[in-house]
Design a binder for this molecule. Structure first.
Ligand code: GLC
Length: 732
């Protein structure tokens, strides 16, 4: 560039800086000093922002709906919030979500899908959760995103919720602990993770209009507790508020949720973002919403001109706008987005696929194994593999979280599924190929299961049968607890033809099994993720001990559910962007915080399989329980491997009753891998909050005797003990 031009350019820059009344060219960007606190850095850059620039940071686009207005450098993805280049404030590039970098309709995508969230929960392993989060967070960076809209931690109150596959089961301690680890894993890549959908967004039917009605103490001890643990231990940069109403007020304009709970009680310093299309007015700003997401989906862009007008009229204070901007910026500093700008490139899907496979191998739950039908013998003469598109791959969940790696195969969606989103996507990891690789292809025959008689005939002539069943589910629609597409009939026909039948479930969560007594073995593989077929085969052939434990109760019938008829199910219209939404309706939660195992403990009903249940190829016993008290309680006991092969067990510690309350609660667990005959003594300390009740606007621990049980699942108390715990209170 000619020298004169260079000088001209410098002068122009200087004058521009001076005229727009912002940082003088001489002052280096003081906020880029990493030695300063995130809050101090946010205050420094806030001083340089004009009012209009602040407003510009408080609403974001849905690139997929921007059409020609989408800048060429912005990918088809969930979200984009333009930055302020002159101050070094980066664009926010947001991707979904819980199970990996979602394809968002991009073609030829090469992201690596994790197993489902409920599968991750079945690992009961915070380190696996961290590693899984670290992998998908790394891929998000490598694909140019600095926000991963992860952290779905809504509790599994209803097995029919279409998004259970994205979440972490029914218990607040298990779900919150694993969600926190995932968030930490994602943010270890210096990109933001969210925690979502805040709160009690526990079904898809009518999600944009329903009003969740629940007693505050029950709310605090269940759905909110899962978020409290996830947010306190995970420190997500952002929390995404949900579509539904809570106590009559939309979650995204709910002062109780966004200000009282998140800020006043939990002292969480991050910024709140709306779900996409979840903002209904500027009043959301004063309620505690900091940023409008996916503005193209709202009736209008509220956090732009209407917000400026509201400041002008005094409805919203300038101080509130500064606070909204401050929270946003301080999170970007705190997570490292400013100091570690994302640079696309460097994906290593081979190595990353092994992270997903390891998680799935730990997630697979052995539910039944008669006459040691499993592990399968590679020497079996004739193996029949039936159904579940096992020749193609493994099923995955639909909606915004859909990861569709190269080679995925998509099948038509069932009737009633939302019009948006892709089909039933199968990830390219065929269980059939993995089984053939271990037995020599010649002796393995496949039948797709559509003709039950033909499948039964093949089964009849086999030494061992593996029948795969799948239950696809998606955001925007709830499901039945019964397997779809006549698969119960298929399993019944096959098990009648050959009792040496192994049923492999690839489901979204708990399902009914009318054929359970006829099956020789049953394995729950959830949505298996990348290399899922390999993981399933490694467990079936005993290369890995099945170590998953159920993160949710499997009910014996829909009659056992708190709401036998799914609320709103009589509404004709399925939810979806642009689809007509049904009239508002209330969902009541009479079970309160007694979700899943807690309600079975109270009612004495027997589920199909209890929370925490899972078998191994070896056996374990527990002995020598000692329970120590004081401010909280600790349980010390010995775990022994009583079998002939190494295995992994997850003994669980439950509070069964306290001085004033008799509610069963998971208060801790330990995951141990033992050689044959090996024993190990473990100590599990209960977080004090798990002994507390919500009363008088805070957590209260009653003083007195606490009964404790140690067992392999919520319904089996192998060891019992008790101790005294001191009375006390905890911060809200
Ligand atoms: C969706 C989902 C949310 C997702 C967002 C962006 O409707 O509820 O989980 O992160 O929109 O796609």
């Amino acid at each position: 560039m000619h020298r004169g031009l260079v000088v001209g350019a410098c002068v122009a820059t200087l004058s521009l800086a001076l005229t727009s009344g912002v940082q003088s060219a001489g002052a280096a960007k003081a906020w880029m000093n990493p030695k300063l606190s995130p809050d101090a850095r946010a205050d420094l850059v806030l001083k340089e922002l004009t009012f209009d620039e602040q407003i510009g940071l408080l609403h974001g686009h849905f690139p997929t709906l921007m059409g020609p207005k989408k800048p060429a450098h912005i990918q088809q993805s969930a979200g984009w919030v333009p930055g302020v280049p002159r101050l070094g404030i980066p664009d926010l590039t947001e991707s979904d979500a819980s199970l990996g970098v979602a394809s968002a309709g991009r073609k030829d995508d090469d992201a690596t899908p994790l197993p489902s969230g409920v599968a991750l929960a079945a690992t009961w392993d915070a380190r696996t959760a961290f590693e899984s989060g670290a992998m998908i967070g790394k891929q998000a960076r490598q694909k140019g995103f600095n926000v991963l809209l992860n952290g779905g931690v809504n509790l599994l109150r209803d097995p029919r919720n279409g998004r259970n596959f994205e979440y972490l089961g029914e218990d607040p301690l298990l779900a919150g602990t694993l969600s926190a680890a995932t968030i930490r894993g994602i943010q270890s890549n210096h990109i933001v993770s969210t925690s979502k959908h805040f709160a009690i967004n526990d079904q898809e039917t009518g999600r944009m209009v329903l009003d969740a009605v629940i007693d505050e103490a029950a709310f605090r001890e269940s759905d909110l507790l899962a978020f409290e643990i996830a947010i306190e231990a995970g420190q997500p940069g952002s929390v995404m508020c949900a579509y539904n109403r809570v106590g009559g007020t939309y979650a995204c304009e709910n002062p109780f949720l966004l200000t009282k709970v998140l800020r006043d009680d939990w002292k969480w310093p991050g910024w709140t973002m709306s779900d996409w299309g979840a903002v209904h007015g500027v009043n959301a700003a004063t309620a505690g919403l900091d940023q409008e997401s996916g503005q193209q989906l709202d009736k209008q862009v509220f956090f732009d001109a209407p917000l400026k007008a509201a400041v002008k009229s005094g409805e919203v204070s300038k101080a509130r706008v500064r606070e909204m901007t401050h929270r946003y910026l301080r999170s970007l500093f705190a997570v490292g987005v400013f100091d570690h700008p994302v640079k696309a490139g460097g994906l290593d899907t081979k190595a990353d696929g092994l992270v997903a496979q390891r998680a799935e191998e730990q997630a697979i739950v052995l539910l039944k194994n008669e006459h040691s039908l499993l592990p399968m013998l590679a020497g079996a003469k004739q193996i029949a593999v039936i159904g579940g598109h096992a020749d193609v791959g493994v099923v995955s969940g639909g909606g915004s979280s859909q990861v569709a790696p190269l080679g995925s195969v998509s099948f038509a969606k069932p009737k009633g599924a939302p019009s948006w989103g892709g089909g039933q996507v199968y990830h390219p990891s065929a269980p059939l190929a993995a089984i053939q690789a271990r037995t020599g292809g010649g002796r393995v025959a496949f039948n797709d299961g559509t003709d039950h008689a033909a499948a039964a005939a093949l089964a009849h002539n086999a030494d061992v049968v593996v029948v795969f069943v799948t239950q696809w589910s998606t955001e925007g629609m709830d499901i039945s607890m019964s397997l779809p597409d006549g698969q119960d009939g298929l399993v019944s026909a096959v098990t009648a033809a050959n009792p040496n039948t192994i049923v492999v479930l690839e489901t979204a969560g708990p399902v009914l099994m009318p054929w359970r007594d006829k099956a020789g073995a049953i394995v729950e593989a959830w949505y298996p993720g990348a290399r899922g077929g390999e993981a399933i085969a490694r467990v079936l052939f005993g290369e890995v001990d099945p170590q998953g434990r159920l993160p949710a109760t499997f009910p014996a019938s829909e009659a056992q559910l708190a709401r036998p008829m799914l609320p709103g199910a009589d509404q004709a219209v399925v939810e979806g962007f642009g689809a007509a939404t049904p009239a508002p309706f209330e969902v009541h939660y009479p079970e309160g915080s007694d979700i899943g195992y807690r309600s079975y403990a109270k009612s004495g009903q027997t589920p199909l399989y209890p929370f925490g249940y899972g078998l191994s190829y070896t056996g374990f016993k527990y002995a020598g329980l000692k329970v120590a008290g004081g401010k909280t309680l600790t349980a010390t006991f010995t775990v022994s491997n009583t079998g002939k092969r190494a295995g992994t067990d997850t003994p669980q510690v439950y509070l069964t009753s306290g001085p004033k309350r008799h509610q069963q609660r998971l208060i801790g667990w330990s995951k141990v891998t033992l050689k044959p005959g090996e024993s190990r003594t473990v100590t599990v300390a209960a977080p004090r909050r798990m002994l507390a009740s919500w009363a008088d606007h805070g957590w209260k621990v009653d003083g007195g005797a606490y009964q404790v049980a140690v067992g392999p699942n919520a319904a089996t108390a192998s060891l019992k003990g008790s101790t005294k715990v001191a009375a006390g209170t905890l911060k809200p």
